[in-house]
Design a protein around this ligand. Structure first.
Ligand SMILES: [Zn+2]
Length: 197
């Protein structure tokens, strides 16, 4: 059976860093979906979010860098949710992405035209620009008040991250909640059938 993809989890439309971490998902029956599987799918993911222009074509080097950032963000979010040790290099990796591209609008001077300012995104630094935007979002989330609401879906094998919209939300989507409830009902029925013999 071809399991359809899950809708975006709460908070991932507002936070591109959550969206990136959730770009690799695990569905029932061992199905894994990775939006960063190829350079082409990575480019499409970035274009859909307006992080690179429509005509961009990223190489596998860029794909690997972005999936490296995703690994660091996953590690940081998991530590924020569940505590415990942060893997070495996580903070450094996120900070490196943050500093990978200048976000300041720089001053230029052209004789005869005068001064002007513009944001530099040279074509060779597309992925650096995207990574710095994503890292900025992650840092604001992790170090801000909203991080209190960061949670991880408790429906195996999902594990997507989301922002809780109310106190005790345990699942990233209705579908995950339904799956857990159905599994519990099934287990209860089996237990009842077992005890009636
Ligand atoms: Zn889920």
């Amino acid at each position: 059976m071809n399991e359809p993809s899950l809708p975006p989890s709460p908070g991932s439309r507002e936070h591109v860093s959550l969206d990136l971490v959730n770009s690799e998902i695990h569905l029932p029956a061992g199905v894994r979906r990775d939006a960063l599987e190829t350079p082409e799918s990575t480019t499409a993911w970035l274009v859909e979010r307006g992080l690179v222009g429509e005509d961009a074509a990223l190489q596998s080097y860029c794909q690997n860098r972005l999936s490296g950032l995703r690994g660091h963000l996953r590690e940081a979010f998991a530590t924020r949710v569940a505590g415990g040790h942060l893997a070495p290099g996580t903070v450094e990796g996120i900070n490196a992405a943050l500093a990978a591209a200048p976000n300041a609008s720089l001053l230029h001077y052209v004789p005869g035209e005068g001064f002007f300012r513009s944001l530099e995104h040279p074509a060779t630094r597309l992925v650096e620009h995207a990574m710095s935007v994503i890292a900025e979002d992650a840092v604001a989330l992790l170090a801000g008040d909203e991080s209190e609401r960061l949670a991880r879906c408790e429906a195996e094998p999902c594990m997507r991250f989301f922002l809780r919209t109310h106190g005790r939300r345990q699942w990233c989507s209705v579908r995950c909640g339904d799956r857990v409830r159905a599994a519990r009902a099934y287990a209860r029925k089996r237990a009842e059938a077992g005890s009636s013999h």
